[in-house]
Write a new protein. Structure first.
Length: 158
């Protein structure tokens, strides 16, 4: 494996001895999750996107949901014990997480934010999430992802 592929997400998985598969695809700029799944051959229903939200308390939260779905803001707020949550602005993503749009992984952000994985992930032996840069995806067990990110599972889909 080339050094250029060692993202923070990959380093964390290696350090925690978590089994994963790294998938790469040609991509110069952000494409949505559906195109990413198509490019890597990952099943759409097992491909998850990472959303970063801010609660009424001003705390940040990470939500990992299926790429073809939308988050239910009320359900998301309940999952993190907030009155309400809203998506952060794309322009703030890098400053808050250290990642760019289209390369935002639930692993290896600048700080460890409370993370919620949609409960649909529990039915799969493996899910696909961003590898921490555009053009990289990681296939791993959702329970391993939850363990390494201290995530909880909750129903947060619209």
């Amino acid at each position: 494996m080339g050094k250029e592929l060692k993202t923070n997400a990959v380093r964390i998985l290696d350090r925690n001895k978590i089994s994963y598969e790294l998938l790469t695809y040609e991509c110069d700029e952000f494409i949505d999750g559906l195109h990413t799944a198509e490019a890597t051959g990952a099943p759409v229903e097992q491909s998850y996107k990472t959303l970063v939200m801010q609660g009424k308390s001003k705390k940040y939260y990470v939500f990992v949901i299926p790429i073809a779905e939308e988050v239910d803001l009320k359900a998301a707020a309940r999952a993190v014990n907030e009155k309400s949550v809203e998506m952060i602005h794309v322009k703030d993503l890098t400053a808050i997480t250290g990642y760019v749009r289209g390369g935002c992984s639930p692993l290896g952000m600048k700080k460890a934010f409370p993370t919620v994985i949609d409960s649909t992930a529990e039915q799969y032996k493996a899910i696909y999430v961003s590898g921490g840069r555009i053009g990289t995806s990681i296939r791993l067990n959702p329970l391993d992802l939850a363990r390494v990110t201290n995530a909880t599972f909750a129903d947060v889909l619209a």
